[in-house]
Structures are given as structure tokens and as C-alpha cells.
Design a protein around this ligand. Structure first.
Ligand code: DX5
Ligand code: ZN
Length: 212
């Protein structure tokens, strides 16, 4: 079954506690938290204090997507704040393997995100260090962007690279009701969806239709 991870980026920031409870009640599997630093991506969101404030509100696993430079400097702060899963970007540090190992040593699941222009082959020698691979299907930074069609071929190649491994495939960006079934058929384990969940009044129906 495909897991659905609503991205809080598209929630009403004035009503975050209600928004988190609403998607939990509506059947979300994970809560996806987009951390942006205004450097790695041209947008700025939130950091460990907000995650720590959300932590007691929900039992959903917190899936933290770090779109920040030098992620290795703050991994401990994110795990202490309550992150269950931490994904760093392949393009954000030279020492990717060290950072992934550090995430696991802190007790969280380790993820690697790849931007649309990043060769998937970068992760070949990291397969044993990974719990999940996040394939960006838009250029990171903003919610509500259109799904890039080149993602389909990337997912096909990723399937080959991860064959026989227990590594989850996550897709993030432009996921909506019109491509969710094809993504599941392409072997995607986790669908991250911002506007396709928080942009809908009926969150339960939105999540159910993404799950297919
Ligand atoms: C994009 C973020 C996504 C974003 C997805 O940089 O990583 O998680 O919130 O938003 P939608 O689903 O609206 O494309
Ligand atoms: Zn994200």
C-alpha cells in the first residue's frame, strides 16, 4: 500500500495545530516537514523549534526534508526536536555518507533527496546507508509546482538501482490525484503531497484518492 505524507508547507500556518490533527484524523501515514534555509533553496520555512512544538500534537512519524546547506551541522537538533526520519540533499554537502551515518547513529531513519538534475548514480555506493530515497519531481523550494515528466524515466532507473534492497522510494513535488496511481504503479512507496491535500477541503477524500 502506498503511504501518504502530507507536506505541511501547504497548510494554513496560522492554524498549524489544527491542520496537523486534521490530516492525522484523515488517514495520513507520515507528516512531511519541509525545512528551507533561504540558501540551498530560495525560500525560508522553519527549523527545530517548530518541529519540537508539533511533536506532542501528533503520533504521525515526522519526516523531515532538509533543504539546507551544511545539514551535518544540525542533524542532532532535528532529531532531538522529534524527527523520526531525516532526509538530506545529495547536493547539499560533500560528506553525504558521513551525514547519513550520523542520522542513523542518532536513531532516525536516513534519507537522500535528489534534485531533478542530479544523476541517480550518485546513490549507488550509498545504498547500504539509506532507508529512503526522495526523488524530487520539481525543483525544490515551493509547493504547488507542476510535476516534471522526466521523473517517470528516473523512477524506472531507480527501481533497477534499488532492486532487492529495503529502501523506500519517496516522490515529492506536483503529486496529485491525476498521477498518484501511476506513481504507485511505478514502484513508489511514499507520496508526499502538499497542495493536493491541504488545498482540499475534504482531507480524508484527498488522502484516500491519492492512495488509490
Ligand atoms: C518542495 C517541497 C515539497 C512541497 C510539495 O520543495 O519539498 O514537499 O511541499 O508541494 P506540492 O505537493 O504542492 O507540489
Ligand atoms: Zn519536501
Amino acid at each position: 500500500m502506498t503511504l501518504i505524507a502530507p507536506s505541511l508547507l501547504s497548510a494554513d500556518f496560522m492554524r498549524l495545530a489544527d491542520e496537523v490533527r486534521a490530516v492525522e484524523e484523515a488517514g495520513a501515514d507520515w507528516l512531511h516537514l519541509d525545512v528551507m534555509d533561504g540558501h540551498f533553496v530560495p525560500n525560508l520555512t522553519f527549523g527545530p523549534p517548530l518541529i519540537a512544538a508539533l511533536r506532542p500534537l501528533t503520533r504521525l512519524p515526522l519526516d523531515v526534508h532538509l533543504m539546507i546547506e551544511h545539514p551535518e551541522r544540525s542533524l542532532e537538533a532535528y532529531v532531538r526536536a522529534g524527527a523520526d526520519r531525516v532526509t538530506i540533499h545529495a547536493e547539499s554537502t560533500v560528506h553525504v555518507q558521513r551525514a547519513l551515518a550520523a542520522i542513523r547513529a542518532l536513531g532516525a531513519a536516513a534519507g537522500l533527496a535528489v534534485c531533478p538534475a542530479t544523476p541517480l548514480e550518485w546513490l549507488v555506493d550509498l545504498r547500504d546507508d539509506l532507508d529512503q530515497v526522495l526523488v524530487m519531481s520539481v525543483n525544490p523550494g515551493f509547493g504547488g509546482q507542476a510535476f516534471l515528466p522526466a521523473t517517470w524515466d528516473r523512477l524506472r532507473r531507480l527501481r533497477g538501482l534499488l532492486a532487492g534492497r529495503e529502501v523506500l522510494t519517496v516522490v515529492d513535488g506536483g503529486v496529485a490525484q491525476d498521477n498518484a496511481a501511476d506513481l504507485a504503479a511505478a514502484g513508489v512507496d511514499v507520496l508526499v503531497a502538499g497542495s493536493a491535500v491541504f488545498g482540499q477541503l475534504d482531507r480524508r477524500a484527498a488522502i484516500a484518492s491519492l492512495r488509490g
